[in-house]
Design a binder for this molecule. Sequence first.
Ligand code: ADP
Length: 171
Amino acid sequence: MDMRIVLVQGDITAESVDAVVNAANSSLLGGGGVDGAIHRKGGPEILAACRDLRNSHYGKGLPTGRAVATTAGRLPARHVIHTVGPVWSPDEDRSELLASCYREALRVADELGDRTVAFPAVSTGVYGWPMEDGARIAVETVRAAATEVEEVRFVLFDAAAYAAFEAALAR
Ligand code: ADP
């Protein structure tokens, strides 16, 4: 079945979808940016679930490029899928790790039966990934993914990010 890709400019915590993807850090214990917004709006249930995951599976942290799901707490979603993007490096090509975030998040969504998934532009904030390149990798990876997900919504915080994704989609 064909996947629909939709672009939205705004705050990902307002999206009614099956799964909201979080650009987490490997500690899973919260941070700034989209991570901070998700925990603030979703409430303490998400952090409690992240703590449990840390204790049961990820004592050393969730590895970069991987994804794991929790409750969505008070967000209008069924799950939050936490993924850890790579920090941008001028010396090393970490594109495959960034692509892995999108692929793994969709794989987790498939496991949960989630059919609509909202993604932020992973790694393009504090982690410094250039927006045009981050958008290209996001769109190419999602398009190429073998998944049952029916709708991917890229939720972009500002007009520049939206424009970068629009350009990537047009290619
Ligand atoms: P990372 O550490 O992976 O770079 P950030 O959260 O710092 O994660 O940034 C990832 C992207 O998410 C950035 O483009 C940032 O502008 C955007 N962003 C920040 N807050 C939100 C939000 N509430 N909804 C959607 N996107 C957001």
